[in-house]
Design a protein around this ligand. Structure first.
Ligand code: AMP
Length: 214
């Protein structure tokens, strides 16, 4: 049972790498705080309404809101029994400290990637509305144009509303400001590992097992 954090700037490929890990550890629970917020936004829940103004601007949702949400999620049976990949949390030192109070994690994987690649990935990113599979206009188009590889539904290029240049700059600034103390915190605890995230799709099953120490 593994308790993992995928850490890195927007566009580092946290979602993609989570998918690769899930192929090896199919039971592991993938928890993306961004996905939870988007789901709540879509359903217009009080949590979604609270998060909306921050997300629209590319700013962080206040710590108390995110921490309570993650605590509830980690206390569910699937995460407790099968372990989890946290994707998009923690994003501040306070969130990291709160997480330690909730549970000990095994490994934080720091996905490293250049700013150039980030811009390309984010501004070209789109998803299948039917099944959520993620593609990229420049680097990862579907095998057959306009048709989802995973579910076969028709797809067209449609960006996430916060995947624009202006918001991306804010999101990168927020990342850079907060990342240093978080990285220091996990380095000190001895459970940080760097991963070259230029092209994680090249990693074999063995490469990933090696990274995860399994
Ligand atoms: P993401 O999908 O991880 O890029 O998250 C999308 C947006 O959700 C972010 O720009 C934030 O507004 C919000 N968000 C997601 N995770 C967190 C977090 N751990 N702390 C604060 N805000 C978050």
């Amino acid at each position: 049972m593994k308790k993992l954090i995928l850490f890195g700037p927007p566009g580092a490929g946290k979602g993609t790498f989570s998918g690769q890990i899930k192929k090896i550890l199919p039971e592991i629970t993938h928890i993306s705080t961004g996905d939870i917020f988007r789901e709540n936004l879509k359903n217009e829940t009080p949590l979604g309404i609270k998060a909306k103004s921050y997300m629209d601007k590319g700013e962080l949702v206040p710590d108390e809101v995110v921490i309570d949400m993650v605590r509830d999620r980690l206390n569910k049976e699937d995460a407790k029994t099968n372990g989890f990949i946290l994707d998009g949390f923690p994003r501040t030192l306070r969130q990291a400290e709160a997480l330690t109070d909730i549970t000990e994690i095994d490994l934080l994987l720091l996905l490293e990637v250049s700013r150039d690649i980030i811009f390309k990935r984010i501004l070209g990113r789109y998803g299948c509305k039917n099944c959520g599979e993620i593609y990229n206009k420049y680097t990862l188009p579907p095998k057959v144009e306009g048709k989802c590889d995973k579910c076969g539904a028709e797809i067209k290029f449609e960006q996430r509303s916060d995947d624009n240049e202006e918001t991306l700059k804010n999101r990168l600034d927020a990342y850079e400001k907060n990342a240093k103390p978080i990285i220091k915190y996990y380095k000190k605890r001895g459970n940080l590992k760097k991963v070259d995230a230029k092209d994680t799709l090249k990693y074999t099953e063995d490469d990933i097992k090696h990274i995860l120490e399994i």
